[in-house]
Design a protein around this ligand. Structure first.
Ligand code: NAP
Length: 231
């Protein structure tokens, strides 16, 4: 999808650091862009399938048709939970929350939003995953709930891409690692010395990667430079 190929784009998680930067960057590129979040109109809550279905429904007759959907939602920590450093810190509720927000929620987004993509012509669904969700790249351990829920997201994305290939052969489903970006999600770790990039830079990189994808790339996992990440 080059700068000259625009149309209707949807960013889910538009209240987040990367999501809001993506909305701005897409508008600059000339896309008709809608940002969805728990606070948008219509509101979309990953924990409420009816809200996801209702939000998707509003795009059914969209003109121009939806050709780009980016899921920029995600959960790493909140007031109750932080990434586990060891097995001893494993917590059932933490796991349930991570899977609900990082795997089941995005799967429901795919269920309700992918039918909006046109049957013919190039279109893209991108979900923001994380390199730490790669099983083959896991050399440090820890962060159990986040890693496992992002690995689950990658698996769901892969399965959905296979199903999509049969119905919409030019649609591309991709998992993207945005790099380490200065947002609420990375905040506790950047304070402890992690090197972060600004969200607008991350958004530009992600859109460049998306623009360079072809149908053969569907079902894959890429970083913000476009390099393939092994699952
Ligand atoms: N930042 C990084 O360094 C980094 C690195 C690797 C991967 N990622 C991935 O990039 C994605 C975006 O992260 P970010 O850094 O932009 O984080 P962020 O600023 O914390 O944004 C997270 C987004 O997820 C949304 N969200 C959380 N729970 C939700 C719910 N129940 N329903 C709907 N939306 C919900 C948030 O909405 P509210 O505003 O309503 O809470 C917010 O829009 C995530 O998938 C993350 O795992 C980020």
């Amino acid at each position: 999808m080059s700068d000259s190929e625009t149309g209707q784009a949807i960013v889910i998680g538009a209240s987040g650091g990367i999501g809001s930067a993506l909305v701005e960057a897409l508008a600059v590129q000339g896309w008709t862009v809608t940002g969805l979040s728990r606070r948008s109109d219509p509101p979309l809550d990953l924990l409420d399938e009816a809200s996801i279905a209702a939000a998707a429904e509003t795009f059914k007759t969209a003109d121009p048709p939806v050709r780009l959907i980016i899921d920029a939602t995600g959960f790493l920590h909140d007031e109750d939970f932080s990434p586990e450093r060891s097995l001893r810190e494993l917590n059932q509720e933490h796991f349930a929350r991570a899977f609900a927000l990082n795997a089941t929620g995005p799967a429901l987004l795919m269920k309700h939003f992918l039918p909006l993509l046109p049957r013919m012509g190039r279109s893209v669904f991108a979900t923001l995953s994380a390199r730490v969700g790669s099983i083959s790249d896991n050399r440090l351990g820890g962060w159990h709930a986040y890693r496992a829920s992002k690995a689950a997201l990658n698996q769901i994305l892969r399965s959905v891409s296979i199903e999509m290939k049969r119905r919409k052969p030019e649609a591309i489903c991709i998992a993207l690692h945005p790099g380490t970006v200065d947002t609420r999600l990375s905040d506790p770790f950047s304070k402890s010395g992690l090197d972060v990039r600004p969200p607008d830079e991350a958004a530009q990189d992600l859109l460049t990667v998306i623009a360079g994808l072809s149908a053969d790339d569907s079902g894959g996992f890429r970083d913000h430079k476009g390099a393939k990440i092994e699952f």
